[in-house]
Design a protein around this ligand. Structure first.
Ligand code: PLP
Length: 349
């Protein structure tokens, strides 16, 4: 089965060798307080900084998922009130869970065809944390993150389906979060949170150390190259090896754009499925997840047609469940994979 689902998705084929290595070398059994683990974590943080061009003063943490990271943002960083901007299901869920912790959390829902810079802001004086979604996987929108729009509030960004596939503007935000089963092409079970010095400063000022996953406890552990809980060491090892193996994110970013251009051309030209891009403006399309809209029967037909060739496309999500289909364009998806899918799409119905 070739999966174009936008997560979990196709795993990098090299991951199998790395998983085997991890077994052979006993890495799957190491203790997270051992010197072997510390060496692995130190090397992993180093190679991520290097290959993803992460500023040296930003710190990286492993958590269990992007969803957990949403909760950590609320527990460790929001002082009194957050403001959530969203145009899709993931941003909405993030706002919902934050409201369980801070009932006064505010949210602004905007249209999927709009960019964040077009949204007028309420008075920001009461708001200390802004929560944005860079990669709205549910509808395939991608946003440019611009710190200058939000005064001096702390900015937290969900980049779950773009981190590892495009170069992110790290300095434009203070907390970046993601999971490995999307753009990183690794089996699910690990999340990543990347924090600015300003974020840690806020956490120190709030001084919250009540949850096992408060960032202050995570930071104490990180300094010793340990983690605050028993992490998914196998995933960390696979991420380590893959990151060593893959080129710099700038090169991956270029490839992602080139592959997305193949899709955009294909869907402009081939009208047999009656589908078109859900997002009108190319600059608002997420380069790593393409959402296509059509009639429910056409959507069903294309899904079934691809499944016959053991190719899985992403189902529609939330409000777009029956009228869209999504195609992941992650680094694990090669041009050959895209050609395989295009071949199937052109195949007689
Ligand atoms: C998948 C996804 C999540 C949730 O990721 P989990 O690994 O299930 O926690 C959050 N935000 C976005 C944008 C996603 O695509």
């Amino acid at each position: 089965m070739l999966s174009f689902y936008p997560g979990p998705s196709k795993v990098h084929p090299e991951a199998l060798d790395f998983i085997r290595d991890a077994f052979d070398q006993g890495i799957v059994s190491i203790n997270h307080r051992s010197t072997r683990f510390e060496a692995l974590l130190k090397d992993t943080l180093g190679i991520l900084h290097e290959k993803w061009n992460i500023p040296s003063d930003y710190t990286i943490y492993f958590v269990s998922s992007a969803t957990e990271a949403w909760e950590i943002v609320a527990q460790s960083f929001i002082e009194k009130q957050s403001l959530h901007f969203y145009n899709g299901a993931f941003g909405k869920k993030w706002a919902h869970y934050t409201k369980q912790i801070f009932p006064n959390a505010r949210s602004i829902e905007f249209d999927a065809q709009q960019s964040l810079s077009e949204i007028s802001l309420p008075k920001l004086s009461e708001i200390d944390t802004i929560c944005l979604v860079q990669s709205e996987t549910s509808n395939g929108t991608g946003q440019a993150i611009q710190r200058s729009l939000y005064g001096d509030a702390l900015i937290a960004v969900d980049a779950t389906s773009s981190m590892g596939g495009i170069e992110l503007a790290w300095k434009e935000a203070d907390v970046w979060l993601a999971s490995v089963q999307k753009c990183m092409g690794i089996p699910a079970g690990l999340g990543i949170m990347i924090c600015s010095p300003k974020a840690l400063e806020r956490a120190k000022q709030l001084g919250r150390k009540v949850h096992y996953n408060d960032v202050l406890l995570m930071e104490e552990n990180r300094k010793r190259f340990q983690t605050h809980y028993t992490p998914n060491v196998l995933c960390i090892y696979v991420l380590n090896q893959l990151t060593h193996h893959l080129p710099n994110i700038r090169i991956t970013h270029q490839k992602t754009l080139e592959k997305m251009a193949i899709w955009e051309t294909y869907w402009r030209e081939d009208k047999r499925w009656g589908l078109e891009c859900l997002i009108d403006k190319p600059e608002l399309r997420l380069p790593t997840v393409l959402a296509l809209k059509g009639q429910p029967n056409q959507i069903q037909q294309i899904q079934t047609h691809c499944l016959k060739a053991a190719i899985e496309l992403g189902k529609g999500y939330g409000d777009w469940q029956s009228t869209t289909v999504r195609i992941a364009n992650f680094p694990s998806h090669t041009i050959e994979d895209i050609q395989t899918l295009i071949h199937q799409l052109k195949h007689e119905l």
